[in-house]
Each structure stands twice: as structure tokens, then as C-alpha cells.
Design a protein around this ligand. Structure first.
Ligand code: PXL
Length: 266
């Protein structure tokens, strides 16, 4: 039986991140992706590749989710970039309208090009309205510092402490991603389920950020959960997919390369 799963995320026009990366990830893992677009991000080549950000009208977001959820019986959703308090409100309302077996939240907090004030509102709205609905949340180092209130995250123990603090905000599982920013030779992710810490580690692939890694990780977790995996097994597969996708990255004229999910095979 074909597994289907919803993606609620932004479009990133270069194809590296956002819903483009999510849909490729689903396809690579054999899951039929159903998509709702929350915003449109177009990097500006004339302005240091800054993010030009356009939110989709909240009613249009509600309409997309209605079309998707009335067409298909969906019980796993990946939520990516939302971007504004109005978007967060309409997505939170739509999520509360039906039961979900899993809500995987990539808590994308700020996008370059947004005003700082708007970013603070977005942070608060995400924390209050969407985080408690998440079964799995996947913060990077910046998002983990913001959500946990910790000034510094510099070790695996710090990742674990951040995961514990973010767990207290409501999600069932917290996966904090060390990425290239965590000192050391390894890309370390820490999963906390409310009781146990599980560490996932792979040698870093270079020291540069690669676009789409975070989006693909959360999408892969959602895809595996849609197929019936446990959360730790879903995270292990997602980590393998992202590691292979970074090795197989596509170089670009932007200051960063983009992950290529086609490089992964199970
Ligand atoms: O990687 C975070 C991200 C998520 N979603 C969209 C984005 C970005 C970063 O550029 O544009 C739509």
C-alpha cells in the first residue's frame, strides 16, 4: 500500500531547501508527498543571496490544507517554514482540526530578510501554538539556543540539556542537531524522548553548511514514520539519507551547495 504524508512548508525557489527538498526526500523514501505552500522564498543574487520572503495568504493556506486532507486520509505531517504569526495561527488551527499520529516540526525560526520584530513574534507564536502539537521537533543549534534559552551549546552534553528543556515545552520527542556548528569531527544529533537520550553520530562531511539538510532530515523522519517506523528508527534512516545527500551535494553559484537526496539508497 502506498504511504502518503502531508508537507506544510515554504517554497525555496533554487530547489535546495523548503518543500522542493521535502518532496524529493519523500520520493526517495517511497512516500507520496502531498504539499501545502506557506510562503515563497527567492534568494536575491543582487543582494548577497538575501531571502526575499513572501507569505501566502492565510485563507489560501487553509484552502490547500482542506484540499489535501479531504482528498486523502493523512495521519503524518511534516511542518517546515511558516514565517509569520498569521501563518502559524492558520496552520495551528488546521492541525488541531483532525488527529495526527505524528506531527514532525522543523522549527525554522528566522529567515534573513525578515524584520527582527517580526521574527520575535514568530518565535513566540511557534512556541505557543505549534510546538505543543509536535510529536517530533528538530531544532538546529540556533533554534535550540532560542527555544531552550541556553546561551551556549558547545558539547554533546549541552545538546542533551537543550533537548530536555525543549521537551518541557510540549513535544514528545526532541532531536537537536549539532551540524557543522558543534565543535568536533562528528555531526552529532541528540534525541530525547522524555526519558532517554540517544546519540546519532556520523563523521562531518567538510565544515561547510549545505542547504536543505535540515528540511530533508525532518522530511525523512516524517516519511519513515508514515511507513510505520519507530521514532528512533526513523531518525537513524533520516541521518543516513542526509549524510548521503551531503556527500552527493550539488554545487551552485550561491555561497553554499545543496543536498541531493538522489544520492541515498537504503
Ligand atoms: O532551511 C530552512 C528553510 C526552510 N524553508 C524555506 C527556506 C529555508 C531556507 O532558506 O527558504 C522555504
Amino acid at each position: 500500500m502506498t504511504q502518503l504524508s502531508l508537507i506544510i512548508a515554504g517554497s525555496e525557489a533554487t530547489g535546495g531547501a523548503g518543500i522542493q527538498a521535502d518532496l524529493r526526500t519523500y520520493q526517495q523514501l517511497g512516500v507520496y508527498g502531498v504539499g501545502t505552500i506557506t510562503c515563497i522564498v527567492s534568494f536575491d543574487p543582487e543582494n548577497d543571496w538575501a531571502h526575499r520572503f513572501v507569505p501566502v495568504d492565510p485563507q489560501v493556506i487553509a484552502d490547500q490544507i482542506e484540499a489535501a486532507t479531504r482528498t486523502h486520509d493523512l495521519d503524518v505531517v511534516k511542518v517546515g517554514m511558516l514565517g509569520t504569526p498569521a501563518t502559524i495561527a492558520v496552520v495551528a488551527e488546521a492541525l488541531r482540526a483532525q488527529p495526527w499520529r505524528h506531527v514532525v516540526l522543523d522549527p525554522v525560526l528566522i529567515c534573513k530578510g525578515q524584520e527582527a520584530g517580526a521574527a520575535l513574534d514568530t518565535d513566540l507564536a511557534l512556541r505557543e501554538q505549534v510546538l505543543p502539537l509536535a510529536t517530533v521537533v528538530t531544532p538546529n543549534m540556533f533554534e535550540a539556543r532560542t527555544l531552550s534559552g541556553m546561551d551556549r551549546i558547545e558539547s554533546v552534553e549541552d545538546l542533551a540539556e537543550a533537548a530536555r528543556r525543549i521537551h518541557a515545552l510540549g513535544p514528545q520527542y526532541v532531536l537537536v542537531k549539532g551540524g557543522v556548528e558543534l565543535p568536533g569531527d562528528d555531526a552529532v544529533d541528540v534525541l530525547f524522548d522524555g526519558e532517554e537520550i540517544t546519540v546519532f553520530s556520523e563523521p562531518k562531511v567538510g565544515q561547510e553548511r549545505v542547504s536543505g539538510a535540515g528540511c530533508s532530515l525532518a522530511a525523512a523522519v516524517a516519511a519513515e514514520l508514515a511507513k510505520g517506523a519507530t521514532v528512533p528508527d526513523a531518525v537513524a534512516t533520516a541521518k543516513a539519507l542526509v549524510t548521503a545527500s551531503i556527500h552527493g551535494r550539488v554545487s551552485a553559484n550561491t555561497p553554499f551547495a545543496s543536498v541531493w537526496q538522489g544520492a541515498y539508497s537504503a
